[in-house]
Write a protein that binds this ligand. Structure first.
Ligand SMILES: O=C(O)C1=C[C@@H](OP(=O)(O)O)[C@@H](O)[C@H](O)C1
Ligand SMILES: C=C(OP(=O)(O)O)C(=O)O
Length: 432
């Protein structure tokens, strides 16, 4: 199977340095995780759905294209209102997963419901991301899959139009998405599903809660009352209107800018109650010297200009590790970040990449199997490699606020979840 993904040209970028405290309000795009789930649930629902405020970025456009390729009607012409009309799913189709964990873990279970073969492949780094446990789980409930020897990409799901479902045992310690993918499609399986996780802890609990909450909102009957066991009854899902919240993880570098510069950043349009882990973020930013408040205009973070180190298990919010590590490198005391062994399987091996790049600009970093110890030192400008990883680019931008001459070898990787990142960031630093 040929890798169908076009090579992207790197765009070098010098991170702007802040001369004054930032003071800004930002309106950020919708949550990647909510947009991905809303698209999948809508494609297997009984009637049409709309997504209000979806994320338009590489990951979610690939999700839309993948579902469209299998026959769903997915209209993304209106930036603020995407429309999904479910239709019978079919192959032959090809799904380009890019580097999106959501596409590579959420779409293969749906492809089992299509009639005909659906092939999957993505960026070279996507082939290294854990997928084998999902492939084995799907095979155990009757889905025929041809996969590479390691059980990952490229692969072909030979859909028959129906999936028996039933009980599966899976080690989902490498990614919560392995469970979310099974649950999101399972209401359409003949017997639904019971997923039992066996192994080291599943990371990213808030993302699993987002999955079960959104499934219930679509009419799914879900039982998540037993630790490490999730059950979805067979049944119909309804089409509905999904309101997509602003992306909290995408907001974190902007909030970090408030801490680093002693400024203030307000994220507009933040809902009163959220499916994203805002309380955990509030704790972390508070420990590092910031204050988070929820007002009528949105979610505001204020900093004092002093950033403190912290000791934190980040397993529930592991995608925040790169930006927290950047803050730790600028802090007034050492930090120990742990509980995130699995982020070695994210867009890149994030522990190794962060260790390498932070050391390269002068920080004193020790990499452990599941985290980083960071002892701040005087940092210097240098090339900061981003490894095709949007969150490495966010980390470099945060450091660049305080350290002149941080040269990202590529900032275009931010298009994975926020193509407007360089423009929004530069405008914030310029005080516009
Ligand atoms: O389900 C989701 O939308 C996500 C789950 C998490 O994955 P892992 O459990 O692999 O960390 C998170 O890091 C990723 O950015 C998005
Ligand atoms: C881990 C991430 O992405 P993905 O959904 O591709 O796993 C991330 O966005 O930090």
């Amino acid at each position: 199977m040929a890798n169908m993904t076009a090579t992207r040209q790197p765009v070098p970028w010098t991170a702007p340095t802040a001369t004054d405290p930032v003071a800004t309000t930002v309106r950020l795009p919708g949550s990647k995780s909510m947009t991905a789930r809303a698209l999948v649930l809508s494609a297997i629902a009984d009637g049409p759905s709309t997504l209000r405020g979806p994320l338009r970025a590489r990951d979610t456009e690939l999700m839309a294209a993948g579902l469209r390729g299998m026959g769903a009607h997915v209209s993304t012409v209106d930036d603020n209102r995407w429309v999904v009309r479910p239709r019978p799913l079919r192959g032959p189709a090809h799904v380009d997963v890019g580097l999106a964990g959501t596409v590579m873990r959420f779409v293969p279970p749906v492809a089992g419901l299509a009639s005909g073969p659906v092939t999957f492949d993505g960026d070279p780094q996507a082939r290294l991301r854990p997928l084998g446990p999902l492939v084995r789980a799907l095979r155990s409930i009757g889905v025929r899959i041809d996969a590479s020897d390691a059980g990952g990409l490229p692969l072909t799901v030979h859909g028959t139009g129906e999936v028996t479902g039933g009980e599966v045992v899976i080690d989902a310690s490498a990614s919560s998405q392995l469970v979310s993918g099974l649950l999101l499609a399972a209401a359409a399986f003949e017997k639904g599903i019971v997923v039992r996780h066996v192994g080291p802890p599943v990371p990213s609990a808030p993302h699993l809660r987002m999955t079960t909450q959104m499934l219930r909102a679509a009419g799914g009957a879900v039982d998540d009352g037993t630790p490490d066991v999730w059950a979805v009854q067979p049944g119909r899902l309804s089409g509905r209107e999904w309101g997509i919240e602003p992306d909290l993880s995408g907001a974190v570098p902007f909030f970090a800018a408030a801490l680093v510069t002693g400024g203030q950043v307000t994220l507009l349009g933040w809902p009163r109650s959220s499916t994203q882990p805002v309380d955990r973020l509030r704790q972390l930013l508070h420990q590092m010297g910031g204050e988070v408040t929820l007002g009528t205009d949105g979610l505001t973070v204020r900093g004092t200009g002093s950033v403190h180190g912290l000791d934190a298990d980040l397993s529930d919010v592991s995608e925040l590790t790169p930006v927290i590590a950047a803050l730790a490198a600028l802090a007034d005391s050492p930090s120990r970040l742990h509980g995130v062994a699995h982020i070695r399987g994210h867009e890149t091996d994030r522990l190794s990449a962060l260790s390498q790049e932070l050391t390269g600009i002068g920080a004193d970093v020790t990499e452990s199997h599941d985290g980083l110890e960071i002892r701040p030192r005087r940092l210097r400008g240098a090339v900061f490699k981003t490894y095709d990883d949007h969150r490495l680019a966010h980390a470099a931008a945060v450091i660049g606020l305080a350290v002149p001459g941080i040269e990202l070898n590529d900032v275009a990787c931010t298009s994975k979840t926020m193509p407007e990142f360089p423009a929004l960031w530069s405008a914030m630093v310029a005080g516009q």
